[in-house]
Design a protein around this ligand. Structure first.
Ligand code: ARG
Length: 473
């Protein structure tokens, strides 16, 4: 049964080492559902075009349904000795339905078959990843909504810079992830645009195939226009891995942030026990392993993307066996992102925020210095002078171990007569934050609007997602 499909011209058996080396069944069996789906549509088209008989088509369809059922029930196992998933399906079918099975491959090659299978597989995975991302965005919006008044220092260069809220910081990640979602949808539209089936090995076929029919039945917008292109590009896989890598980069930054936030140096959050680990020697430790692993796995996914890019960069048209290497890299990138998203979401949802610590950190570091300078500017002092004067006040405060708001009005006035009692309001951290009502800023009303907008985008996404699923399946 585990015989190569291409044995015809060979007089000698393949060396078992080459057999193992060449074989892809170990990993490409993940695409078996897609392979059978493509085969079923191909056979239906062959019958419709009179290339095979209706009876053969019926036998093929029944055979495929039987194989799917037996795989599901465990009555049939994938043969690890088969060269690849395409070989396994065709040979199993032939063993069950005889000559009809041997007619399935008419006008088709494994080259267009694998290009189709991979696209169909990616389509399903892309939808799953989008759902995972949407769940994380929802969790972020919820946490952000609970923390629109949790004032904390905003940082640049990891130095305390200006007052923001924890809700504002979290929402920054929601917007990054919304773009990731959009990127996946966008990649999906190209992945679904052109159907490679019917490209044959590279040069099409002499059979009167109806490529429009197979393309539309398989959920593509059209058949691909060039058979060489159809079997030989993997740009859709690279684009998908690129979108996945960018999303991993965002998760990695969020992870780094969480690692900092839960350290004793910050203590802005406390992770739930269920999402941390201890140390075998230091009893006090509670480690954010999940986030560190996400940061680490990001490198691994970049490696997957790099594998695909390098694999493709020097191969001539059309199919080359190098391309078999695309699957493990792509599968790994997809699995890794899925794993990271589905672990970080409950971790984020269960983390406890510690607004009092955030507020304490905000009180140190002169993050209201810009507001003090703005106060003087609004009273008529040119901004550059106000900036300089506030700088000298900050350095005097550092020397005296004081904050700006701890200066008496008398002390304020030694710097400028423009200072009045209302300066305390102007540099009050909560008011500083609330005053930043500019579109996109940290004021609660602005963050609440961001949350509402993000949630509306997710609702739209859900609607189109449901409609797409209905139209394709
Ligand atoms: N296992 C192969 C792959 O993944 C399928 C295509 C094989 N085609 C060929 N001409 N050897 O790329």
């Amino acid at each position: 049964m585990a015989e190569q499909l291409w044995k015809g011209r060979f007089s000698k058996a393949v060396d078992p080492r080459v057999n193992d080396f060449n074989s892809s069944i170990r990993f490409d069996q993940r695409m078996i559902a897609e392979d059978m789906h493509g085969s079923s549509v191909h056979a239906a088209m062959l019958a419709k075009q009179g290339i095979i008989s209706d009876a053969d088509n019926e036998a093929i369809q029944k055979g495929l349904v039987g194989i799917a059922a037996d795989l599901e029930s465990g009555a049939l196992e994938i043969d690890p000795a088969a060269e690849d998933v395409h070989t396994f399906v065709e040979q199993t079918l032939t063993a069950r339905v005889g000559d009809a099975g041997k007619r399935l491959h008419t006008g088709r090659s494994r080259n267009d078959q694998v290009a189709l299978d991979l696209r169909l597989w990616m389509r399903g995975q892309s939808r799953q990843l989008q759902k995972d991302i949407a769940a994380l965005i929802k969790a972020i919006c919820k946490k952000a909504g609970e923390n629109t008044a949790s004032v904390m220092p905003g940082y640049t260069h990891l130095q305390r810079a200006q007052p923001i809220t924890f809700g504002h910081a979290l929402m920054a990640y929601a917007w990054m992830l919304l773009r990731d979602l959009e990127r996946l949808q966008d990649a999906e539209s190209r992945m679904n645009s052109q159907c490679p089936l019917g490209s044959g090995a590279l040069a099409g076929t002499t059979y009167p195939l109806d490529r429009e029919y197979t393309a539309s039945k398989l959920g593509f917008y059209a058949p691909c226009q060039n058979s060489l292109d159809g079997v030989s590009d993997r740009d859709y896989a690279i684009e998908f891995a690129g979108a996945i890598s960018i999303c991993m980069m965002h998760l990695s930054r969020l992870s780094e942030e969480i690692i900092l936030w839960c350290s004793w140096e910050f203590k802005f959050i406390e992770l739930d026990d269920a999402f941390t680990t201890g140390s075998s020697i230091m009893p006090q430790k509670k480690n954010p392993d999940v986030t560190e692993l996400i940061r680490g796995k990001t490198g691994r996914v970049y490696g997957d993307l790099n594998t695909l890019l390098v694999m493709m960069k020097g191969i001539p048209l059309a199919y080359d066996k190098d391309m078999q290497e695309d699957k493990e890299a792509l599968f790994d990138a997809v699995d890794t992102l899925h794993l990271c998203l589905t672990t970080v979401t409950p971790m984020l949802a269960t983390m406890r925020t510690l607004p009092a610590n955030m507020r304490r950190a905000a009180a140190k570091g002169f993050i209201n210095a810009t507001d003090c300078a703005d106060y003087l500017t609004k009273k008529g002092m040119p901004f550059r002078d106000a900036y300089k004067l506030t700088g000298s006040m900050v350095s005097a405060c550092i020397a005296a171990d004081k904050t700006l708001e701890e200066l008496t009005l008398k002390e304020f006035k030694t710097y400028s007569p423009l200072f009045e009692k209302d300066v305390y309001d102007a540099i009050d951290l909560v008011k500083c934050c609330e005053g930043r009502k500019s579109y996109g800023g940290p004021a609660a009303m602005s963050v609440n609007r961001q949350i509402a907008d993000a949630e509306a985008i997710l609702r739209d996404w859900e609607e189109t997602e449901n409609a797409e699923e209905e139209s394709i399946y």
